[in-house]
Design a protein around this ligand. Structure first.
Ligand code: FAD
Length: 412
C-alpha cells in the first residue's frame, strides 16, 4: 500500500496549489487525478488575486514562460454602453493583472510543476472510496484505467476534485445551491477580425438580452473562447447541430455578428448546465474540501479559479499546522474566510442577474472611488476589509445602485 502524509484528489488549480504549498513544508504529498492531462475544462479567465496563491505555490516562473494573454481588466458592454475596469486602478494594493488562457495548458503546467517539485501526479486514476479512521488517517481506494484497484494510506486528504465532488458524494454532504439552474453553450473559435476590435485582447462580457450574457476571452494563441450563458429556455429558441445553433446565436448579437461570421470552430460547441453546487461542510475529521468542491456559484465574474486557489492556499497552511501537531479551528480559520469570499461574490452575481449592478456599471455618474473599490472585488480581493464594497458588500451595492439610479441624467 502507498503511504503518504497528504493525498490530494484532483490536479486542477486547487489541488496543485494545495499540494505544492504542503510539499514545501516538508511533507510527502501524492496527487491522484481521474483524467489524463492535458484535459479540457472551462474557466479560462483569471483574477489578479489568484496570482498570489500561484506565487506561493512556486508556479509563477513556469506560468510566465507560457506567455499567456495578459488580462489587465474587464469590459462590460450593453448595446452602446461600456463599463471598463482596469486592474491598475483599484482600491486594494495587489496584483494588477491576471491571464486569459486555455485551461488544458494552464492546468497541465501546474501539474508538471508539482512533479518537478517532487509530488507524484498519478493520471487516469479515480478515487472511488475513502475510509477515515477516528484519528483522521484514511485509506483511499483508487481505480486504475484497466479497472484494477489499489489503496493509499494518508494522514490527511485534500479534496480538490472540482465538479467530481468526491467527498461530498461519498459522505453524503451534498447541499442544493441557492442559484437557479443556468446553462451555457461555448466554443473556441478562430478570430480573423480580432484586430479590428478597439481593444482586441480585452475580455468582454456582452449583455445580449435581459436573460443572456456572452463572454469573449481572447487567448494569446489567436483563438478566442466565446460562451453564451442563460436560462435553459433561451437555448430552446435555436435548432440544429451545435455549430449551426452557435452560428445563429452569434448572428443574433450585433456586437459579434461580423467579428465571427467567418470564424472556424476549434471544437464543436459544448453545453453545460446546472453547475452551481455546495456542501454541508467544508472540512471534517482528516479532510478538507477546496475549490469548486466547497461552492461554485456562477461564471459571470471569473471567480472560480481564484476561489479555488485561495481556498487551497488557506487550507494548505492549516493542514501543515495540523500535521505539525498544532490545534486548528477549521470552522473559524477555514470555513468562515472561505465562505466570506463566496458570499461577497454571491452579492455581485445576484446583483448582475437581478439588474442591480447594471445601475452601477452603466451609470455615467459613478465616482472613480466607487469604481476602484468595485474593481478590487472584480480583481478577486474579496477579503480586503478596508473596502466597503467587501466589508458591507450587500448594503454598499444596493445603496450605490439606488443612489445612482435616483440621480442619473435623464436623456430626453
Ligand atoms: P477542477 O479544475 O475541476 O479540477 C478538478 C480535478 O479533479 C479534475 O481534473 C478532475 O478530473 C479531477 N477529479 C474529479 N473526480 C475525481 C476522482 N474521483 N478522482 C480523482 N480525480 C478526480 N473560473 C474562472 O476562474 N474563470 C472563468 O472564466 C470561469 N468560467 C467558467 C465558465 C463556466 C461556464 C463554468 C461552469 C465555470 C467557469 N469557471 C471559471 C469555474 C472554473 O471552471 C472552476 O471554478 C475551476 O476549474 C475550479 O478548479 P478546481 O481545482 O476546484 O477544480
Amino acid at each position: 500500500m502507498i503511504q503518504t502524509d497528504v493525498l490530494v484528489i484532483g490536479a486542477g488549480p486547487s489541488g496543485t496549489v494545495a499540494a505544492a504549498i504542503i510539499k514545501k513544508a516538508g511533507f510527502k504529498v501524492n496527487i491522484v487525478e481521474k483524467l489524463q492531462f492535458p484535459r479540457f475544462v472551462i474557466g479560462e479567465s483569471l483574477l489578479p488575486r489568484c496570482l498570489e496563491a500561484l506565487e506561493e505555490a512556486g508556479f509563477m516562473d513556469a506560468l510566465n514562460e507560457k506567455k499567456f494573454q495578459v488580462k489587465s481588466g474587464a469590459k462590460f458592454v450593453r448595446n452602446n454602453e461600456i463599463c471598463d475596469f482596469t486592474f491598475e486602478k483599484q482600491h486594494t494594493d495587489g496584483w494588477k493583472y491576471a491571464w486569459q488562457m486555455p485551461r488544458a495548458d494552464f492546468d497541465f503546467t501546474l501539474a508538471n510543476e508539482c512533479e518537478k517539485q517532487g509530488i507524484p501526479v498519478a493520471y487516469n486514476q479515480e478515487v472511488i472510496d475513502i475510509k477515515i479512521a477516528e484519528d483522521g488517517s484514511s485509506i483511499t481506494t483508487i481505480k486504475e484505467e484497466n479497472g484494477a484497484t489499489y489503496e493509499i494510506q494518508a494522514r490527511f486528504i485534500v479534496d480538490g476534485s472540482g465538479y467530481g465532488r468526491v467527498i461530498p458524494k461519498l459522505f453524503n454532504l451534498e447541499k442544493p445551491s441557492s442559484q437557479p439552474v443556468r446553462k451555457t453553450m461555448f466554443a473556441h473559435l478562430t478570430d480573423p477580425r480580432r484586430l479590428e476590435q478597439e481593444e482586441p485582447n480585452r475580455i468582454v462580457v456582452y449583455v445580449h438580452s435581459d436573460d443572456c450574457w456572452i463572454w469573449t476571452i481572447p487567448f494569446s494563441t489567436g483563438i478566442t473562447s466565446v460562451g453564451f450563458v442563460s436560462s435553459p429556455a433561451f437555448f430552446d429558441k435555436y435548432n440544429g447541430e451545435p455549430e449551426q445553433m452557435f452560428r445563429a446565436m452569434l448572428a443574433d448579437e450585433p456586437a459579434l455578428k461580423r467579428r465571427f461570421e467567418k470564424a472556424d470552430f476549434i471544437f464543436e460547441p459544448r453545453t453545460l448546465q446546472g453547475w452551481s453546487a455546495t456542501t454541508d461542510t467544508f472540512w471534517g475529521n482528516g479532510f478538507v474540501l477546496t475549490g469548486n468542491v466547497t461552492e461554485f456559484l456562477d461564471p459571470i465574474f471569473s471567480s472560480g479559479v481564484t476561489l479555488a486557489t485561495v481556498s487551497a492556499q488557506t487550507a494548505a497552511k492549516l493542514v501543515i499546522r495540523q500535521l505539525n501537531g498544532e490545534k486548528v479551528d477549521w470552522q473559524k480559520e477555514y470555513t468562515e474566510p472561505t465562505n466570506h469570499g463566496v458570499s461577497v461574490f454571491r452579492t455581485y452575481v445576484n446583483g448582475w442577474y437581478d439588474g442591480t449592478l447594471f445601475k452601477i456599471f452603466f451609470a455615467d455618474n459613478k465616482s472613480e472611488q466607487f469604481k476602484e473599490q468595485i474593481c478590487s472585488v472584480l480583481a478577486g480581493y474579496v477579503w480586503d476589509m478596508t473596502n466597503p464594497f467587501v466589508k458591507n458588500h450587500e448594503k454598499s451595492v444596493r445603496t450605490l445602485a439606488k443612489y445612482l439610479d435616483s440621480t442619473k441624467t435623464e436623456v430626453s
